[in-house]
Design a protein around this ligand. Structure first.
Ligand code: GLN
Length: 434
């Protein structure tokens, strides 16, 4: 376990039997585990021990899984390399001079190194797919509302979902089968009434994600998002094109699609994510949550000290920018515009998914950076998310599957499906890995 993939190594035994009875699972450290500290990669929560389990952790235990530890991550999920963790960077097991991606870098590295069979991450703007791509494993970002967020420490709650990571599409999908489903504790998972006011089942009720990994893409239409190829590294595009060729050889048809709104997706994502973060992280003041700033006669000073000491640089930057974007006089200029762009991205995806069953892009436009290479330039880091954040803005499902290597480093292919179309993306991805 030399990659620093875990913040806390501790075993939690699950039920004696169940679909995951033989599996070990790493759990990202922003997912609450009863009695085991949950730091979110932050010094602020260094000694925080949740009094309850996240719903996904309960489901892992019920399925018989053995949890082997809490995985390292970018602080509060803010980053794409796991270098903003207060517990040190994680090395990419494929090539230790490189980052594993992020923010769920510990989760993906643990699976890639064989320290866990499976892992859970969270994906606000790519944090499951990005490290899956960089570490050469599979990661799924479910449709918003498929998986309970109860017990996930919120970064940007309108964007994020907990998602599974594994070495094969089928195993990763099987973990999705275990964690998905309605949860009375998370109203965004409830589908009590359909449009006609009738009782409606949750989309996970009659689905079988693992069963969809049958590799049968004959007759499937795959839309290639041309806008996201333009800025990508040539070596990545080459591997991507070879994968598409392979899918065509298996009977899939590829068509080109273009989404004009994607030009604005990264800007819209960061305004929305930072705005939500500024609100969600207000609770870390040393009184309600977090290390105390020490009361010396003035509570504002005590809160300020707690936040000054407890948060890292990237988290502070985002709280400041998010607070600014939401402040009186600027709200319409930034936050409202970003919401308009979000609606546009959604419409564009709906149109594109009318022309194709699933959409394809490289998961990441670049190869995994070297450790330390990308930290000083936050803007560069934000641009790395160009292919993943549009999916979160549109609340759609997507999977990253290993497509090959360039210069000895893994390249991931991203497949995006319609709302609750997890079975389609699993099916297409299983053909890629064949
Ligand atoms: N890199 C993106 C960000 O920093 C995505 C992070 C995530 O999905 N948690 O916001």
């Amino acid at each position: 376990m030399s990659q620093n993939a875990f913040i806390t190594e501790e075993t939690i035994e699950g039920a004696d039997d169940g679909p995951l009875a033989d599996a070990t699972v790493a759990v990202k450290d922003n997912i609450s585990t009863e009695g085991i500290r949950t730091t979110c990669g932050s010094a602020m929560l260094e000694s925080y021990v949740p009094p309850y389990d996240a719903t996904v952790v309960e489901r892992l235990k019920d399925a018989g899984a053995t949890i082997v530890g809490k995985a390292n991550m970018d602080e509060f999920g803010m980053g794409g390399t796991t270098e903003t963790s207060a517990y040190g960077a994680v090395k990419n097991p494929v090539d230790e001079g490189h980052v594993p991606g992020g923010s769920s870098g510990g989760s993906a590295a643990a699976v890639a190194a064989g320290d866990a069979d499976l892992a859970l991450g969270s994906d606000t703007g790519g944090s499951v797919r990005n490290p899956a791509a960089f570490c050469g494993v599979v990661g799924i970002k479910p449709t918003y509302g498929l998986v309970s967020r109860y017990g996930l420490v919120a970064y940007a709650n309108s964007l994020e979902q907990i998602g599974p990571i594994g070495t094969s599409v089928e195993e990763t999908a099987a973990l999705l089968d275990v964690i998905s489903g309605p949860d009375p504790k998370d109203s965004t998972t409830r589908f009590d009434l359909d449009e006609d006011g009738e009782d409606a089942a949750h989309p996970a009720a009659d689905s079988n994600y693992a069963g969809a990994a049958d590799g049968d893409v004959d007759g499937m239409t795959i839309g290639v998002i041309t806008d996201l190829l333009e800025g990508a590294d040539d070596r990545v595009v080459e591997v991507f094109e070879a994968s598409l060729e392979d899918l065509r050889a298996q009977g899939a048809e590829t068509v080109e699609v273009s989404l004009d709104s994607l030009e604005h997706a990264v800007q819209a994502y960061y305004v929305i994510a930072m705005s939500e973060a500024s609100s969600n992280l207000a609770r870390f003041d040393g009184v309600r949550y977090g290390q105390s700033g020490g009361y010396e006669g003035n509570w504002n000073d005590a809160f300020a000290r707690a936040r000054e000491e407890g948060f890292g640089e990237e988290v502070k930057r985002r709280i400041l920018l998010g607070t600014y974007a939401l402040s009186a006089g600027y709200h319409d200029k930034y936050y409202k515009k970003a919401q308009d762009a979000r609606a546009w991205v959604k419409r564009d995806f709906d149109d594109a998914l009318d022309q194709a069953d699933v959409l394809a892009t490289p998961t990441m436009p670049v190869l995994p950076p070297e450790l330390g290479e990308s930290l000083d330039d936050p803007l560069q880091l934000y641009l790395m998310d160009a292919n993943t954040v549009p999916v979160n803005l549109a609340n759609l499902p997507a999977i990253s599957v290993p497509a090959g290597e360039a210069d000895g480093l893994p390249v991931g292919l991203q497949l995006i499906g319609p709302k609750f179309g997890e079975e389609s993306i699993v099916r297409a991805a299983s053909a890629v890995e064949d």
